[in-house]
Design a binder for this molecule. Sequence first.
Ligand SMILES: C[S@@+](CC[C@H](N)C(=O)[O-])C[C@H]1O[C@@H](n2cnc3c(N)ncnc32)[C@H](O)[C@@H]1O
Length: 241
Amino acid sequence: MNLAKNLKTFWYIFFAPMLGKNHQERLEYFYSRQADNYDATRPFLLAGRTELFQSIPLAGGEKWVDCGGGTAGNFEAIKERVPLCSEIHIIDLSQSMLEQARIKKEKYGWKNVFLHKGSVDESWPDWGPVDRVTFSYSLSMTENWFDALTEAKRNLKPGGLIGVVDFYAAKLHEDRPGFRQAWWRRTLFPLCTEKDSVSIKPDYHVFLNKHFEVEKFEIGRFRYPLSPMYIEYFTFLGRKR
Ligand SMILES: C[S@@+](CC[C@H](N)C(=O)[O-])C[C@H]1O[C@@H](n2cnc3c(N)ncnc32)[C@H](O)[C@@H]1O
């Protein structure tokens, strides 16, 4: 464990402002200072990622687009499943994060993994209809999340699956027990994450539940190290009708 590296990473996550004139510049400022330590630190901060990637069914030959896929750490966690796919496209706006993904692509000899620098809320390259789309803690960082999900839905083939894991915020008036949150939980944590351009809101799961046939919508809980307060995240798996 490299203490200096970890302290630097946690400084940028919890204290330093994200500088830049636009979203891409702010992301690059943030990630260029910690991308080489991202995979070592995020298991403590972002729960449910490997579980989601493990749970995506694959029969073989699928085309999979991972939006805001960053370092490709989620594919490393399921590396035995990578050869099952015909193509895996990772889109990310941060060059530093994609550089870490490139190192993994070379290390594992992934010929079916393609890395694209771009914004997921803009038109995707024409890969033809895709079978799987995932967003792992990237929807809450995508400014135009509505456009990103619309583009995901447009590119998915009928019956294709979308998987999302992200921080959970309950609707203001939530009827279902188990999905409710106290006002302070719904408001305080999202306030803290805004500094890192992470916008936590209920709109994501409301949209997903409305626009896809729901296979799974679950809330999970975890704690940051030393934190007295737990954090909630949701996992969504749905099919395009
Ligand atoms: C919290 S990281 C998650 C990375 C990875 N999916 C994971 O689970 O570890 C969010 C990622 O989304 C990317 N991102 C944010 N906004 C984006 C956008 N509009 N288009 C593409 N990528 C974006 C960031 O660069 C970053 O790599």
